[in-house]
Design a protein around this ligand. Structure first.
Ligand SMILES: [Zn+2]
Length: 66
């Protein structure tokens, strides 16, 4: 994994949905034209989906609706 683009550090936060609205818009605009970030998003998204599914299953197992 290379960090050819300084924005790649933002990808994790973006995929997790923890960016602010302005940062989110700014990053999306950048990523639309950046193959490095697009690749990072493609790589990270399945992992985040998996963790979210796991989290909701754990909540359900604990009797807490998500
Ligand atoms: Zn980029």
């Amino acid at each position: 994994m290379t960090h050819a683009c300084p924005y790649t550090v933002t990808v994790g936060a973006y995929v997790l949905g923890v960016l602010g609205e302005r940062e989110n818009t700014e990053f999306r605009r950048h990523a639309a034209g950046c193959p490095h970030c697009q690749q990072e998003i493609t790589e990270l998204t399945p992992a985040v989906r998996f963790l979210e599914k796991l989290k909701s299953e754990m909540h359900a197992a604990n009797g807490n609706a998500p």
